[in-house]
Design a protein around this ligand. Structure first.
Ligand SMILES: O=C(O)CCC(=O)C(=O)O
Ligand SMILES: [Fe+2]
Length: 268
């Protein structure tokens, strides 16, 4: 998989910018009874209608279009998704996200760069941050693990836009929000594009259940002592990123290694 990633080091948009009105709030529906992902209807189109137009726009001055797309997403939808998560968690997520610590990623699952015949686009993993919004170009491949049946994968429709929760949401919510494990499968010879926005807590935020939350499952002493902040956690997660990039097979026992490591770190 080829990815272009843009790390936002200055706030393109801040929570104090344009706040969505209630009529602009995204329609969010859970994908299943044990879902850790939601299907959303957002009033913004992904920056690609066809692969050639994406290529043209990125080759020329089109990066601006891509940034405009992510910026719209940020100002219009990130605050309301944070509010929704706050309601589910029972504590306000917004103050821990005051700097908008975001990454934008464009993924190109391109047959030219993939091992021929490999079905692995992006190995099974859980994102480290608070939540992720994934836009797809209509090509299926994204799959979610059934939260109640480890190792059982549920395909997501290729034209769905999904919001997935990550490890930081699990910790801040005291386990009230579960994280969505996911992977991308390839169809050999078929190209797939996705545009992904990741939002994490501010880098200096201590990762432990937010004040007032009674954890529903005991966390490790390391977490409860406040030893881990977002920056440290990102380091731990980043270590194994290369296994997810799709150029290496990640089958059998290798699947889940990254998540197992995080689980050991955060749970008692
Ligand atoms: O390409 C996708 O649909 C998902 C990519 C993904 O899970 C990631 O970049 O963390
Ligand atoms: Fe992911």
């Amino acid at each position: 998989m080829a990815t272009a990633q843009i790390t936002v080091s200055h706030p393109l948009a801040t929570p104090n910018g344009s706040q969505p009105s209630s009529t602009e709030a995204p329609t969010i529906s859970l994908l299943g009874p044990n879902a850790t992902a939601a299907s959303v209807r957002l009033d913004v189109s992904a920056p690609f209608s066809a692969i050639p137009s994406l290529q043209q726009s990125l080759a020329g001055h089109g990066l601006k279009d891509v940034l405009d797309f992510f910026n719209t997403l940020t100002t219009e939808y990130v605050p309301s998704i944070l509010s929704t998560l706050s309601i589910i968690a029972g504590a306000d997520f917004t103050p821990a996200h005051s700097t908008y610590n975001m990454n934008f990623r464009l993924c190109d699952y391109n047959p030219v760069t993939a091992a021929s015949g490999s079905l692995n686009g992006c190995g099974a993993h859980t994102d480290y941050g608070t939540f992720t919004i994934i836009f797809q170009d209509g090509t299926p491949g994204l799959e979610l693990e059934d939260a109640s049946a480890t190792g059982s994968w549920v395909p997501v429709a290729g034209d769905a836009t999904v919001v997935l929760t990550g490890w930081c949401a699990v910790i801040l919510s005291g386990g009230r929000i579960a994280a969505a494990r996911h992977r991308v499968r390839r169809t050999p010879g078929v190209r797939r594009l996705s545009a992904v926005l990741f939002i994490a807590p501010d880098l200096d935020v201590t990762l432990r259940p937010l004040g007032g939350i009674q954890p529903i499952r005991p966390f490790s002493e390391t977490v409860m002592r406040g030893d881990i902040d977002t920056g440290v956690f990102k380091e731990v997660m980043g270590k194994r990123w290369r296994y997810r990039e799709g150029n290496e097979e990640m089958e059998g026992h290798e699947i889940g290694t990254q998540d197992d490591e995080i689980a050991k770190l955060i749970w008692a």
